[in-house]
Ligand binder design. Sequence first.
Ligand code: SF4
Length: 198
Amino acid sequence: MLQQTQVATVIDYYNRWMQKWPTLQALAQASLEEVNELWAGLGYYSRGKRLQEAARKVVSELAGRMPRTAEDLQKLLPGVGRYTAGAIASISYGQATGVVDGNVIRVLCRLRCIGADSSSPAVIDRLWDMANALVDRSRPGDFNQALMELGATVCVPKAPLCGECPVKQHCRARSRVSTMPKCGPKGLPCMGTRWAGG
Ligand code: SF4
C-alpha cells in the first residue's frame, strides 16, 4: 500500500484491510470485487489484485507458508519485485539483505559522490551491491528503514540538511562541495540539486 502512496493516506486503508482480512487464508477467500472496493482511492489497482493473488498462491501452493528470503519471495510470489522482496525479507524475517528505492538511491549516490545516471541498470546494480554490503547484519530491517527515512527526511532532493545528518562524516559529496565551493550553479552531479547543506 505504501508504494506510491503516503503513510497518512494509507493508515485508514491498512486498518480496514487488516480488520476484514486478518490472515492470508481470509484474503485468499476474498473476491476481486471486494479487494477493489476496499482499495478504491489508493490507485494502482493491480497492487491489490496482486496481493490477493499472492495470498491465494501461498495458501493453495505453498501450504500456507510465506517465503522468507528475498530470493524466494521474488521467485514465488506474483507482483513481488526486488525492492518489495528485500523489504519484506529484512523487515519481517530479519534477512540481512538491502533495499534500494528512490530515497536510498539519492543517499548512496551522495555518500559515494556517484555522478553517473542513477537510472542506468549498471548503476542500479552497483547500488544494490552497496546496499547489500552495508546492511546491518543484526538489525537489517531497522537499518533499511532508517536509510529510507534518512533520504525522506534529511537527505532530501532539494536543500539536504547536511548539518543534521548522522552520516555526514562519511559523505563524499558533502566533503567535495565543502572543499570545492566553485562547483557551478547546480553543484556536483552527485548532489542532483543545488547544494544548501551545512
Ligand atoms: S551529508 Fe548531506 S548529502 Fe551527505 S548523506 Fe547527509 S544529508 Fe545527504
